[in-house]
Design a protein around this ligand. Sequence first.
Ligand SMILES: C[S@@+](CC[C@H](N)C(=O)[O-])C[C@H]1O[C@@H](n2cnc3c(N)ncnc32)[C@H](O)[C@@H]1O
Length: 426
Amino acid sequence: MDVLEFNTILSLLNKKAGFDPDVVRRENIKRAVENRMTYCGAPDMKAYLPLLINSAREMGELIEEVIVPETWFLRDREPFKFLENYIKTDWQPNQFGKILRVLSVPCSTGEEPYSIAMTLLLSGLSTKEFQIEAVDISNESLAKAKNAVYGKNSFRGAVLGPYWQYFKQEPEGLKVVDEVAEVVSFSQGNILDGFNVVADGIFDIIFCRNLLIYLDKDAKQKLIKILDQRLSMNGIMFLGHAETGIISDSRFNRVDHERAFAFKRKVHEKKQTKTVDHKPFSAIKTGRKKIRMAVSKIPEKVALPIHNELDDKHKHKHKNKPNLQSSIEKASLLADRGRLDEAMAICQDCLSSGGPNAEAYFILGLINHASGNDVDAEQYFNKTIYLQPDHYDALVHIALIMENRHDVDSANVLRQRAQRAKQKNG
Ligand SMILES: C[S@@+](CC[C@H](N)C(=O)[O-])C[C@H]1O[C@@H](n2cnc3c(N)ncnc32)[C@H](O)[C@@H]1O
């Protein structure tokens, strides 16, 4: 064997896909390289190496040979039981009207994202109430996933029970019904490339199972960071059963369901900040410096008179038809005057009577941001961009929060997204 060339190939594979050569066995990689050499007509590794270095496509083909596309429906079972229970007892009562966003990466040949879709339907969500993005590096696996027809190997003794209704028998195997197949959107990408791989956005549920085990230490850390950035504040991250030791105990808690291998972010204690100076609230909308100034002057409550007409309108809102827009305007005005408690109450009121509203969430985000409560602020800004993905100010504020956390990569991506939103909105 050409030892030097083989070691170079190992290090190229490691750089590109993060594979740990001690886990993805050398013999497997060697066999994969030999297959590709035969395919390309390269007599030895010396001849093959330049082909690999100069062609992203050949690198992709080699990765296809190396990967382990092992997966099956309802793998490990308990994660799906936990998910069903979570949707029924937590998501549906608390997040009414919001679209649940799910990421399945790596999705391999599709059994995992389809199992998730079926579980969500069984939990009582309609296909309009959730979106599933599924990503894998392997085009071959994705082609099988999109075909959605499966043989015995994709079930491995899983007890399907109510899941049977989502399959129909075809000559080549069991086909996932269209209702389920249509809610999963597949795309090809290397998750280690981070933000380029999946569409913009934050996910409420992330399944990232049985990839971390194949990665070396640096790639593991990089991947966890990428997932962390994409997980919503109250989101749930599912890992593989052998991967649970990789996630930081100081940042995540295991959910209370045995063998679900799922994690939730630890919630930091809320800062008690109820009052603010009377700096016009709109002045803190535009940049970190101004926000810091506002926060540093929060000594005591300054009750400024608000125009009576606005007060009257609000008081009589139950008599008259609720006017959401004027309530939001009033909340903004109250916030401008430093009457944050009242502004918050109006926003909460709008949300409970009128349902999710981007501007109400945005004002709540601003109030929390100005009060130094970045955890809640981020959550409200995320809700804003769920509802209005091109909300420029919300995007800029999340970018500021990311910068405060020294997460420069995420901040840059958000700023670029804000820029695109600005251009789009003129
Ligand atoms: C063992 S399967 C796991 C599938 C599924 N998550 C499960 O647990 O059943 C591993 C998958 O990881 C994919 N993969 C490997 N490296 C990847 C990367 N850097 N980005 C995206 N997918 C990757 C492979 O193509 C393969 O389909």
